[in-house]
Design a protein around this ligand. Structure first.
Ligand code: FAD
Length: 468
């Protein structure tokens, strides 16, 4: 008789209700992780996330060993693997924390049935969000589609306290047919992620360290600094939150006594909103929430998309963002909005193309947050920026990177341009460019579109389309 604990996106031992429950059952425990590279079809895990996952699992395995346990790895179709394991160990219980994505919830439902047929008690726990998504409705009983009333409603609900730590040693069940972490083959074969470790240390201990540091020395400035990409004024917790290395209930609890918490807490609220939308409207990762956008005349321009992906658009703030993403697997939120607006409005490329690129390159790639972010920028989602509000990437660059530290870090070929010209090299006097060693069309591109024309064009397309 065994208790299986199935880890998914809850790679922590603190405030882990499934682990806590398993620890109270007095049976040998079998902690497992199953990786199915083909799962979730269009949204199987991207390359940067896999990098993160490898180190996060390594860290969890170490933490479980300190509890007398281990982490057993499996590869292949999840339900099939679960069925085999339940049979092999004659499982009495299988426990897990819910993964709030449409296909994961479907899988978990099937697991309930499968386990019950085998007389194994299956139990899922709510652990990775503050509120169960999809349950909050307006007075009329409709799902919320605007953030502020959604969040107001959330904050009136009770939020349970985080679970304590499991501290006592547990008995490990035995199972011989598992594979090693390395055999999951999560790490890249060519070293494109070589710079990631300068910025990122996955794992629960590092997530907690980062959170404590943010609380101690950054949260009081967050409201002012969060929009300036060179300041590093945000928490940078997104990949840790995505993989469940830190509990959002724990974050909420720590914020209760903090007088600077409001703005930061709202961002945590956007995460809740994103999951609420994803569960309520499960088609939205690939289709617009506002159905009238289904036939919007986007254009698939392969050359423009490539230039955007490579950070070679000739628009410094866009290129800096796209190169930060490639180099470090992450991009600052303000810049995510700028590059997304540029792709969908200036280049008229479908938002789904941008979402896919982010999915593969972000260490924090998250189906709910990524979908919300892209649909917000494209104007086709809930509470989205109106389509005709188009970011000017040059003024955004000057406003949010006034000393051009961000652009200089990620677009070093522009490094020697003065602050007054660095965001608009194409308008710079020839003498200034020459003095800085910038040769447009040679070592840095001309802008791939004229922003003023592109803006007029985007608005014209929108008006023609809305008249139809
Ligand atoms: C086009 C686009 C795509 C995005 N894709 C993702 C994604 O795949 N994964 C992801 O986690 N975030 C995504 N975001 C949201 C946001 O950019 C990141 O969460 C944020 O930059 C992460 O940095 P941080 O942890 O320092 O954030 P902080 O400012 O410190 O915020 C704390 C936490 O709140 C949550 N959060 C913050 N802003 C948002 C937001 N706008 N929407 C939802 N949750 C938010 C995140 O979990 C974040 O870690 C996207 C935004 C845009 C505009």
């Amino acid at each position: 008789m065994t208790t299986i604990i199935w880890f998914q996106r809850d790679l922590r031992i603190q405030d882990n209700p499934a682990l806590k429950y398993a620890s109270q059952l007095q049976l040998p425990v079998l902690p497992i992780y199953i990786f199915d590279p083909k799962e979730d079809k269009n949204w199987s895990m991207g390359s940067s996330s896999r990098w993160w996952l490898h180190y996060s699992l390594q860290s969890l395995q170490k933490k479980l060993k300190a509890l007398g346990l281990d982490l057993f790895f499996f590869q292949g179709a999840t339900l099939h693997a679960l069925q085999k394991i339940i049979d092999k160990v004659d499982a009495k219980h299988i426990v897990w924390n819910y993964c709030y994505e449409p296909s994961a919830l479907m899988r978990e439902k099937k697991l309930m049935k499968l386990a019950s047929a085998k007389k194994c008690i299956a139990k899922g726990f709510h652990a990775n969000l503050l509120f169960v998504p999809g349950q909050m409705t307006t007075k009329q009983g409709n799902p919320y589609q605007v953030f502020t009333p959604f969040w107001r409603c959330c904050l009136k609900q009770e939020i349970g306290k985080p679970e304590g730590k499991v501290t006592k040693k547990l008995r490990l069940a035995t199972y011989s047919k598992h594979i090693s972490l390395g055999a999951l083959d999560l790490l890249p074969h060519i070293p494109w992620a070589k710079d990631f470790p300068y910025l990122w240390q996955p794992g629960e201990d590092n997530a907690l360290k980062k959170w404590k540091h943010f609380l101690r020395s950054k949260i009081h400035q967050y409201a002012h600094e969060r929009d300036f990409p060179a300041e590093m004024g945000t928490s940078m917790l997104s990949p840790h939150l995505h993989f469940g290395e830190i509990s959002v209930k724990r974050i909420f609890e720590d914020l209760l006594q903090n007088t600077h918490a409001e703005v930061f807490l709202r961002e945590i609220g956007w995460r809740e909103f994103a999951y609420h939308l994803l569960i309520t409207f499960p088609h939205t990762p690939s289709k617009p929430l506002r159905a009238q956008f289904t036939h919007f005349p986007w254009k698939r321009k392969a050359k423009c998309l490539k230039a955007w992906q490579k950070g070679m658009t000739g628009i410094p703030i866009v290129d800096a963002g796209m190169r930060q993403l490639w180099q470090l697997g992450w991009m600052h939120n303000r810049v995510r909005m700028i590059v997304a607006s540029f792709l969908v409005k200036d280049l008229n490329v479908p938002w789904q193309e941008g979402a896919k690129w982010f999915w593969d390159t972000l260490v924090d790639a998250d189906l709910a947050n990524n979908t919300l972010g892209w649909q917000w920028c494209a104007g086709c989602g809930a509470d989205a920026a109106p389509y005709f509000r188009i970011f000017n990437p040059f003024t955004q660059g000057k406003k949010f990177d006034p000393k051009a530290e961000y652009v200089r870090q990620f677009v070093p070929e522009l490094r020697n341009l003065p602050n007054s010209w660095i965001h608009t090299p194409h308008l710079s006097p020839k003498s200034v460019l020459e003095a800085a060693g910038v040769y447009l069309g040679k070592n840095y591109p001309y802008p791939i579109v004229d922003h003023d024309l592109a803006r007029k064009n985007a608005i014209q397309i929108y008006h023609q389309w809305t008249k139809k």
